[in-house]
Design a binder for this molecule. Structure first.
Ligand code: ATR
Length: 281
């Protein structure tokens, strides 16, 4: 019997994770299956426990259950702890579960390894202070960047998120309208972690936010350029990236946690670029 893995979320039909993990398994010669589970808020804990009781070997967790998965994990790694969210569950002995979060490392690897971005000495702006942003703060601060500013429409949430990570590195929070005065000369990288793009919007940013030669990165992706990617291109960003590479890299890190093998991500990203998608987080 092949080892069984799955992703649980709601909705789940659009998830690319089965395609990605099937490609990883083929590439590395692993005998496994990877399915989709439609989860339900009221039964989530039971659905997860049942999957593992039936012999499941690992579960990815997606919207809207990452915080619930954090709460049910019996132990958690530091990345999950800072994120307050778990996207990867790993079975331990006696039915216990370990929770980890691979989203942030996925973002950092896509930037550094796939696209050659160097964080050293860079000033980075992270837009949004919801779950998507919280998931990436710790790995961003671990890159050795010069400054991380979290800018959010609701300033108080950005201040809270920055305060929760202040021991990890040079981070501060502010409202979007305060950004203009914070970094003279603009940011070297602007990462969009807001959900504004799901309704075709872009966070309202003051002029001069993007430094000359700066990059933009949208954690969303789609078969058409996202609203934030279009914004980056219109502001003359040197590189405009969407979140497809992050999606594949977070999957690769989960695969590593489960199987102890690192698949090559480039051919899988290339394969997915050939598939039609909507704009998805
Ligand atoms: P997620 O878990 O996907 O991050 P969330 O927790 O609901 O979702 O957070 C959504 C984020 O996108 C928030 O930071 C939100 O800003 P507020 O905290 O001010 O609500 C941000 N956001 C959503 N729509 C936005 C818009 N049109 N402009 C700017 N920010 C927006």
């Amino acid at each position: 019997m092949p080892d069984r893995y799955a992703v649980i979320g709601n909705p789940i039909a659009h998830s690319k994770s089965p395609l990605i993990h099937a490609a990883f398994a083929r590439q590395t010669g692993q005998d496994l299956t990877y399915g989709r589970i439609l989860g339900h808020a009221e039964d989530f804990r039971e659905e997860v426990r049942r999957f593992f009781a039936d012999g499941g070997r690992g579960l990815n967790v997606t919207v809207p259950f990452k915080e619930r998965a954090w709460a049910l994990a019996d132990e958690r790694g530091p990345r999950a702890e800072t994120a307050g969210a778990v996207n990867t569950l790993i079975p331990l002995s006696e039915g216990r579960l370990r929770g980890d979060n691979t989203d942030g490392v996925g973002l950092v690897r896509d930037l550094e390894e796939n696209n050659g971005f160097s964080f050293k000495g860079k000033r980075v702006l992270l837009l949004g202070a919801g779950g998507a942003s919280r998931g990436v703060v710790r790995p961003l601060l671990e890159t050795g960047l010069k400054a991380l500013v979290i800018g959010n429409r609701t300033a108080a949430k950005a201040l809270d998120l920055a305060a929760s990570a202040v021991t990890l590195g040079p981070v501060r929070g502010c409202g979007l309208s305060d950004l203009g005065v914070i970094v003279n000369g603009g940011f070297d990288l602007i990462v969009n972690g807001t959900s504004a793009g799901l309704s075709g919007e872009v966070p309202a940013l003051p002029g001069g936010c993007l430094a000359p030669g700066g990059w933009t990165y949208d954690m969303l992706y789609g078969d058409q350029p996202t609203a934030f990617c279009r914004w980056g291109a219109s502001r003359g960003a040197a590189r405009v990236l969407d979140g497809l590479g992050m999606l594949v890299e977070q999957a690769a890190e989960s695969f590593w946690l489960w199987r102890g093998l690192r698949p090559s991500t480039a051919p899988v990203i290339a394969m997915l670029r050939g598939h039609k998608t909507g704009i998805v987080p």
